[in-house]
Design a protein around this ligand. Structure first.
Ligand code: ADP
Ligand code: MG
Length: 245
């Protein structure tokens, strides 16, 4: 048996007395796609941010690749953080830089790649999301779907061990959602490890190996998509599924 890439144990997070995450437990294996679903305010974003240590958990353990992240210095954490790519709802591209410059920034600054090497890496990943022809464009000239594909390529350019997505299609016009989901599907097909917070139930059903249903700061139910969507056990899951499917 191989160890999980990420193992979360008894993770808790409160914000000034507001207990947002209550004893979260879960494993993510290399190559696995986990989709996290649940109502707004249930703690999904906080969970992603606590796993990647953008937010320090109040207590509990996050093991990443066998290393307990809570025990790491800020310097060590920054290094480990490079291995966790993040894609946000709002893209977070640098508007004053061209697309290719957005992709080259972290590989050059953080990994010390040469300009030439970073350009090659950037073009490789822009090509993989179908946007090589937009290398010299600026983010503001792109559609939302194109911006999000650039954001995914930018995360990939750091060659992370896992990619986190926090509602990557929620800010998109409906006609742009499909192209982003298609890129994510192809990453999953290529065995990328992914943790995806999403309201796209069809995508979750098709692509996830496992679904975590969160409500009230607790993973209420965890199962394969077939089981969770078609035979939800927990009344809270049943109620949520009946509203979103
Ligand atoms: P979701 O992503 O499922 O919608 P969030 O993780 O964003 O939920 O939020 C869960 C709860 O945590 C909310 O009540 C929110 O107000 C609270 N929360 C999140 N981040 C902070 C923060 N930085 N400070 C205080 N409260 C926060
Ligand atoms: Mg959220």
């Amino acid at each position: 048996m191989t160890n999980p890439l990420i193992s979360v144990k008894h993770l808790k997070k409160d914000f000034g007395g507001n207990e947002v995450l209550k004893d979260i437990n879960g494993d993510i294996d290399a190559g696995q796609v986990v989709c996290i679903i649940g109502p707004s305010g249930s703690g999904k974003s906080t969970l992603l941010r606590c796993i990647n240590q953008m937010e320090r958990p109040t207590s509990g353990v996050v093991d990443f690749n066998g290393v307990d992240l809570a025990q790491q210095s800020d310097q060590e954490l920054a290094k480990l953080g490079e291995q966790i790519g993040m894609v946000f709802q709002s893209f977070n591209l640098f508007p004053n830089m061209s697309v290719v410059a957005n992709l080259k920034l972290a590989p050059m600054r953080v990994k010390g790649m040469s300009d030439e090497e970073a350009t090659a890496v950037a073009m490789k990943y822009l090509t993989s999301v179908g946007l090589a022809d937009k290398a010299d464009a600026f983010p503001n000239s792109l559609s939302g779907g194109q911006k999000q594909r650039v954001a995914i390529a930018r995360a990939l350019a750091m060659q992370p061990k896992v990619l986190f997505f926090d509602e990557p299609t929620s800010a998109l016009d409906p006609e742009n959602v499909g192209e982003v989901l298609k890129v994510m599907q192809s990453l999953a097909d290529g065995n990328m490890t992914m943790v995806v917070v999403t309201h796209e139930m069809h995508f979750a059903k098709q692509v996830a190996d496992e679904i975590w249903f969160m409500a009230d700061g607790v993973i209420q139910e965890k199962n394969t998509p077939a089981e969770l969507f078609d035979h939800p056990q927990n009344p809270k899951t049943q109620d949520f599924i009946s509203k979103v499917l």
